[in-house]
Each structure stands twice: as structure tokens, then as C-alpha cells.
Design a protein around this ligand. Sequence first.
Ligand code: NAP
Length: 440
Amino acid sequence: MRHIAIVGSGPAGYYTAEAALKHWGEEVQIDVFDALPVPYGLIRTGVAPDHQSIKGVARRFEKTALNENVRFVGNVKVGEDINIADLQRLYHAVVLATGAPRDKALDIPGKELSNIFGSAAFVGWYNGHPEFAGLAPDLSGKNAVVIGMGNVALDVARILAKTRGEFAGADIVEHALDALDASHITAITIVGRRGPHQIMMTPKELGELMHLERASPRVDPADLPEESADALLEPGLRKSVTHLRSFAAIPENIRGEAAIDIDFDMFASPVAFHGDGGNVREIELEETRVEAGRAVGTGRTYRVPADLVITCIGYRTSPIPDVPFDDRAGRFANDEGRILPGLYCVGWARRGPSGTIGTNRPDGYAIADLIAADLASKAIDTGSKQGAAGFDRFAEEHGITPVRFSDWQKIDAAEVAAARDGAPREKFVDVEAMIAAGES
Ligand code: NAP
């Protein structure tokens, strides 16, 4: 029997479990750990609450989770409750699928002013992540600034722009829905340090901005390159740029009817935040031009009103004690997923925060192959390991009470039962409430 510990129950974790089951069948026992009492990682706390179809993949992960050779071991913090050396002692292979849950910092003057948040925190707030549920962003100002031109920036801008009615069918948590309903924001500026040909936004997500009830996107036609230049772009990006062109073509009188402006401010690099009384009030931007793909400052600066700022500029993996970490890249130091024989990383913890949920599938399968190769070459000690039974003994000795998948099923049922009309669930936003529901 092979014993594998997977740390993290998000897409990278469950795709790896699925791949290991395909590889070893009945000959593998897999424990999937999570720091939270609930599974699925980014599916629950990252994917936008109004993108329910993306969350459907959880059903596939549930099938894996319910396999007899797989256990969910929730509410256990690896690196705190149990260290890596202990896990390695118990399992043949340990796979870190911990994602990239920390915000990359935007280190500019004024960053300490209040009402500036990273997207991990802000998205965590509206998605009910226990760590960020208490964030309480102040939405009483008129001007929000979203920094970054990726899909997370689009998620954040769209969520800020939607009406209560547009959240029908979404699993946005009640505290966020109420706060957004009372929001005074009328201008959302999306700031990009490069231009239309360098955006990271995908067409489907960008297209959604055309269909918002009270908001309209605005692109300055002067920011757009000659249309003929689009022909050289890869098809997805070309479609995204076509969306930007249609935003630029919206007549002013039509746009004027929208209560909320979503303004794309491109070729603009953040230089400083300015505030009064401790609150952010403006962002100072430096005009840029793009040279050899890089944003180069021109020295010309201007200010944009900013009562709320969300930086959506990427994420970092949280280090785990005794695991080699590449600080510059913000992820575990690894060679194609191998940190060292017996210790692996997968998904964002391996390659950084890029790609879609589906990108984690080949990643998971590649890691299972790597483990198999290391077992075959005896790079990993193939002697018998205690696996799940050994962990249970460790847990008992150390007063750890893991949340099991059957507990999660009770939490799940309680959340579904508490859903407001039309919503799939009302999430518990604190760990104690989750555990209590699991024990009921
Ligand atoms: P991303 O796609 O890498 O975009 C990050 C953005 O931040 C880029 O525009 C980048 O500009 C900008 N940026 C980085 N550092 C900056 C700085 N110091 N100052 C100003 N701008 C800065 O990352 P993301 O939006 O966080 O998304 C992460 C991954 O999740 C992506 O693969 C994304 O597609 C995926 N995702 C998908 C969906 C979906 O499919 N619906 C939803 C959300 C997220 P430069 O390009 O100039 O560096």
C-alpha cells in the first residue's frame, strides 16, 4: 500500500488525488488535508460567487473524496498542528497543494492608509473566507480603484458594480451582499500599467461587463493601437481586445445612462496613495509606454480619486517551516513539482498563480507520474509507512480533532438549508460555526 498526504483540498489537491487513484487504484491510501474545516479551496473562496457554473467541478472532486481510499482531513494546519517531517515519516509522498493565498504586496508610499486591500482579502471577504469575513471595507465613498488587468480585477470590478438582483443564484455571503447593496460607489477605475495588447483578461469574463444592469465600461479610444495590429495576437487575446474596442465605441449618451462607470485606465503605473485622516483618497499614477513588452515610466503623473482600493496584482504561496521556498517567485522551490524526493508541490504552489481551474488537472496527473517514478527508482523510501492510521494516532496524542468528509456533508447540508431564495447556499463564515454544524 502506498500512502500519500495531499496538503490542500482545492483543485490542485483533488486532481492529484484523482490521478493517484487512477495510478494505484486500491493500492493507495490518500489523506487530503485542509487548514479549514471545509473542502475545495479556491472553488469555495476564490471563484466569484456569481460564476456558479465554474463551481460545478466540485461534484467531480466530491466523487474522488467519497472514494474508499481517500479521506478528507479538515481543520488541520500543516506546519502548525503537524510539521512536514512528521508527515514525511507517516506517508511515502507528501504533496503540497496549498495554492497561493497571500497577496503580492504593492509596495508604494501610502500603502498603510486604510481602505486599501489586496484581492485575496477582498475576494475572501465577499466569499466568506473565515480569515477575511471581518474585513469590513468602507463602501461609502464614490470612487473605487482596482489595480491590475487580470481576471481577478474583472471579478472585483463586476462584484462592486452589481445590484442585489444581479446576485440572484450567487453564493455571495450575506454580509457582503448587504454591504454592496448599501454601497455609494459610482466610479470604478481599473488601472493597468501596460496597454490593451498586454491585458490578462479573458474574453468571456470581459464580455460580462457589457451586460451589467447599472454599469457601463469605458475605454479611451486613444489607448487602442491600430486595429490591424490585433491580427498578430493569439486568438483569445484578440477577442479580449475586440471587447475593449466595443467598450470604446459605446456612445457617450448611452454610457451616460449608467449609474456606475467602469473606466479602464491603461498605460498607468501606481506611484503612491494619498489620503486624509488615515483614509485613502487618491492614487497617483505615472503614465507609461510599453517598450519591448515592459511598462516604462514617462515621468508624467496624475491623480485619480480613490476612496477604496483593491490591488489585484497576483498572489504568493504561504511558506511552510522546513520546506525550501523561492522567495522571489513566491512559491516553493521545486523542479517540475519535485521539492525533494518524497516531497512535491502542485498547482499554484508549484507554478505560481496562473491558469484556470482546469490547468490543475494535468498538473495533478504529472505529480502522480513523478511520485510513481521516484518510487520505482527507489528515490523514495518504499518501506512500509503508517499512513492514515499513523496520522490518527498522532492526532490523538496531540489533541487534534480533524473534520471528516461526513462532517463536511453536514456542514454542506446546513449551508444549503440556510440559503436565501434562489441562492445555492449561505456559507458559514467562521470556523467554530462550521465545526459545530459538522458535529450536529
Ligand atoms: P494575472 O492574470 O496575472 O493579472 C495580474 C495583473 O496585475 C496584470 O495585469 C499585471 O500587469 C498586474 N500587476 C502585477 N504587478 C503589478 C504592479 N506592481 N503594478 C501594477 N500592476 C501590476 O492575475 P490574477 O488576475 O490575479 O489572476 C490569477 C489567475 O487566476 C489567472 O490565471 C486568472 O486568469 C485566473 N482567474 C480566472 C478567472 C476566470 O476564469 N473566470 C477568474 C479569476 C482568476 P502586468 O501584466 O503588466 O504584469
